[in-house]
Structures are given as C-alpha cells and as structure tokens.
Design a protein around this ligand. Structure first.
Ligand SMILES: NC(=O)c1ccc[n+]([C@@H]2O[C@H](COP(=O)([O-])OP(=O)(O)OC[C@H]3O[C@@H](n4cnc5c(N)ncnc54)[C@H](OP(=O)(O)O)[C@@H]3O)[C@@H](O)[C@H]2O)c1
Length: 277
C-alpha cells in the first residue's frame, strides 16, 4: 500500500496468473512480463482484463486534501473510472476487491459496525462511499474492505519524525486527530485472503483502539530515547485546514477475526516494524 522498496505496489496494475505476484512486502516485485500498466485517467474503452480470478483495486488518488481541493478530477479517477474498471472485471468474471476507508463514516462512535449507515464528512470519504454503493449491487462478485490507517515499514510521517528527533529537532503532532494503525503485512494478507477465496460483502480491518498522532509521536520519542520535550503537541482543530476530525476511527472487525482468523494488534504494536526504529 505504501510504495517504496519494501512496499506493495500493485496499484496501477492488474495482475493475472499466480496470485503470489501481488504482494511486495514479503515478496519481490513481479516480473515485468506479468505486469500490465493501466492509467485510470485514460479511457478504458479498448481494454479488457487479463485472465484472473480476482483483482484488488488499489489505484486511487488518496490524499484527502487533493480530493477536497479538486473533487471533480479526483472523482473521475476514484469513482467514475474505478467503477468502469470494476464493471469490466465483473463482466469478465473477475472477483473485485475494493479497499475503502473508515472515512465512509463520520466517526461518531468507536468500533463502528459494518452495517451502520454511511456518513462521510470528507470528499475522499464521499468518493469511497459512492464506489461502495455501486459495488453493493455486484452481490457475490465484489468485496469492500474498509481499512483504517495502514502502516508499512517506510511510513513517511514516522520516518520524518524519527529523523528529526534523532537530530534534536522538534516535531509537531496533533492531539485531537486520531488513527487506528494496522500493519501493512497483515492488511496485505487479509486482502489476499478475501481475493483468493472470493469472499464477498463488507470487511473491516482496524486496530482495536485508536491513538492520537501526539501519542504516536511520544511513543516514537520514547522508543528512540529522544528528549520527550521535542514533541510539540498542537490541536488540529485550532491549527485549521483539516476537513474533518473524527472523534473515533476504529471499526468493528468481528467478521475478519471470525472468518479470516486475523487479530489486529494494538496501535503501538503496528508501529513496531517501522524501518526507522
Ligand atoms: N494506506 C492507507 O492507510 C489506506 C487507508 C484506507 C484506505 N486505503 C485505500 O487503499 C488503496 C491503496 O492505498 P495506498 O496507501 O496504497 O495509496 P497510495 O500510496 O496513494 O497509492 C495509490 C496508487 O494509485 C496509483 N494511481 C494514482 N492515479 C492513478 C491512475 N490514474 N491510474 C493508475 N494508477 C493510479 C498510484 O500510482 P503512482 O504511484 O504511479 O502515482 C499509486 O500506486 C486506496 O484505494 C486507498 O484509498 C488506504
């Protein structure tokens, strides 16, 4: 999910054949001949899917700020073209797996049940909700996997913070913006299980509790043995510029635990494999 040397980058590609080609966290990049490039900003008119049992649609414009500032262009990629791609896959008998987000909810309650009505408060969340609504009509042909904050070994924010703390520079972290970090590897594993077994419906991957970014920063400082006073706690609300600050970001993971056997670790454990630690 986070591109990079140890990241997973199937996003702009649809891979056919051996499913083991799809995860780069634990496996190498797929051989070039197994990769078909697809640009969602271009017409999909003449494109048809390669032979495949399932496809995980990771390609998206994922920055909330970009979606807020340019809803029209981002919606074209994140909704219109994504649904065209999904429709082509469905027509070819390919099972569609769509990574969605906790931001389809407003975040008014913790461990949000999967069947609660959607209530997105951001443009990114509204775009995810629009795709979800359409995929719901695919029945047994699609799965929606709502993810909270996916943390890979190269998580840029944490790595930047770590570098600053190591060199004695202060960092600023919000005490009112929360996230429920889940490890990249576990997320990839869960997505692949859903895809391989063609398990339809709604899935939710989430840490059992969430933490503020300020708590994450302080944890990092402790782990690095850095001066805790380097962590400057600020309010996202007061700073402004955030489209929405959810009170809660956790999702109910009962189905993932029961049917996939996945136990999501506590927030700080999800950070344990950061390359910068
Ligand atoms: N990471 C999370 O914490 C998280 C949480 C909830 C949901 N999700 C969802 O999970 C999915 C993957 O997330 P991510 O973290 O891997 O996102 P990401 O790091 O932003 O990667 C998005 C990918 O989409 C590709 N892309 C963008 N525009 C494209 C286009 N026009 N045609 C083809 N490919 C295009 C990008 O390719 P380039 O690199 O070439 O630009 C990139 O590889 C997204 O749907 C995201 O909304 C992620």
């Amino acid at each position: 999910m986070t591109p990079g040397s140890a990241g997973w980058k199937p996003a702009p590609q649809v891979h056919g054949g051996n499913p083991s080609y799809r995860a780069g966290t634990v496996l190498p990049e797929p051989p070039r001949e197994c990769v078909e490039r697809l640009d969602l900003s271009e017409s999909l008119e003449g494109w048809s899917p390669p032979p495949a049992s399932a496809a995980i649609l990771c390609a998206a414009l994922t920055r909330l700020e970009d979606c807020r500032r340019d809803p029209s262009s981002t919606r074209h990629i994140n909704v219109t073209q994504t649904l065209r791609l999904a429709e082509k896959l469905r027509a070819a008998g390919v099972f569609v797996v769509f990574p969605s987000s906790n931001l389809v909810f407003a975040g008014h309650r913790p461990c949000q049940p999967a069947d609660d009505p959607l209530c997105p408060q951001t443009e990114y969340g509204r775009q995810k909700a629009a795709v979800e609504a359409e995929l719901a009509t695919f029945g047994s042909g699609a799965a929606i996997v709502r993810l909270t904050k996916v943390v890979g070994p190269q998580w840029a924010l944490a790595c930047d913070w770590a570098q600053a703390l190591r060199t004695g520079r202060p960092i600023r972290a919000f005490n009112d913006l929360r996230c429920a970090p889940i490890p990249l590897e576990l997320t990839v594993h869960g997505l692949l299980e859903v895809a391989h077994r063609r398990l339809p419906g709604i899935w939710q991957f989430s840490a059992p509790t969430d933490v503020s970014y300020a708590e994450l920063a302080s944890h990092l400082a402790r782990r690095l043995g850095a001066d805790p006073s380097l962590v400057k706690v600020v309010s996202g609300q007061a700073t402004g510029g955030l489209e929405h600050i959810p009170c809660h970001t956790t999702l109910d993971t009962t189905r993932a635990r029961a049917e996939l056997g996945i136990e999501f670790p506590a927030p700080f454990e999800a950070m344990a494999r950061l390359a910068c630690l």
